[in-house]
Design a protein around this ligand. Sequence first.
Ligand code: PLP
Length: 434
Amino acid sequence: MKFISTRDQTPATGIDEALVAGLAPDGGLFVPEQIPLPAWPSPTASLADTARAVLSPYFEDSSLRDRLDELCKHAYSFPAPLRALTHDGAASQQDYLLELFHGPTAAFKDYAARFLAAALAQLRPADAAPTTILVATSGDTGAAVAAAFHGRPGFNVVILYPDGRVSPRQAHGLGCWGGNVHTFRVAGSFDDCQRLAKQALADEALRTRVPLSSANSISLGRLLPQVAYYAHAALQFHAEHGDLLNVIVPTGNLGNACAAFVARRMGLPLGEIVLASNANDVLPRYFAGEAYSPRPTVATLANAMDVGAPSNFERLRHWHHDDAELRGALRAFAVDDATITATIRQAPQRHGIVPCPHTATGLHVLEQLRERGDRRPWTVVATAHPAKFESIVEPLVGHVVDPPPALAETLSRPAFAEPLAADYPALRSLLIRG
Ligand SMILES: *Cc1c(COP(=O)(O)O)cnc(C)c1O
């Protein structure tokens, strides 16, 4: 299996090189030359075994091929349960939740970050200079990447997050690692953090002194591992109900939703894929027929979805002949902050759960589909645990939301982040200082 760039200016590449490179040399995103159609794994297989089965076609020619089992056991060491929501207090036959928040940082990004970290550790030559993983984060990516690379020899992690724009528990999850993880709170927005990281990654003179890499959501090593939980849930659902799994995916950079799309293209039993956006409504506008037009990010309660130019859109375009075909493949809805708030407040009574603000966008889309008379089964993807956003969620539901054990463990550690000006020379000198 070879991988090509969405911009077609890069020769076909093996997966090992594509994982190490992150972005293709022509500035595009790596995609598989063809999407494979593997035999379905057993619906009773574990998440790790399902992951190995669906990922193995991509790793046929990889030096990691014989380690894939070990990588999957490491990355998928916590569950991704599919559960029925409630309706009037009884288990619903139509409404489901796919819980992707049982990892160390309580968000779905843990699965792929752990896979990528373990894969890059295997691919590193023993005598290579230490690599610095530079991550700009609006909250969740940084914590997942820090947790995944923490304590791994040969890697340093530098995290840039916008000071004051993440929840107190998100800030804690970014700053509680120490050791090889260095956390900076930047006096600026997420867009400033991303600009600084891009500047460093494009600075050839810097990169000859400090080997740099990124672990952002455009990496194949983030995209492909996410196919596994969709495969696992869809096979289980299909075996139990004889039906396709229709999913509603809270969306920012489109990484998670692209994985659902790849799972469907791989012939797995997924049906419709609907995107839930927050007030950053570039995708809903596009799918409603407007031209694709990235815009500046607006800050919302669902901060991990505050994206004005979804990077993975380039992959979706690559996989479709034209806009009409792409618009036929997915739907997208925008959900504003007032609606997120109302949805969280009503969710315990309506659905039997307390959702995080991201998951609430998906729940609201489910409610809209039901209001329009849609009677099919739908699964809302729960992208983070509500306890991570306690300052938003607790006042709305009127009680304390206990953190799950893995999150509680990180919250019990001290946390620290150094202040940093939103200024490239300041970042450059600290990267050189090491
Ligand atoms: C990252 C994130 C999202 C958005 O996922 P994308 O892959 O960027 O579309 C949604 N919810 C939570 C909690 C996240 O951390």
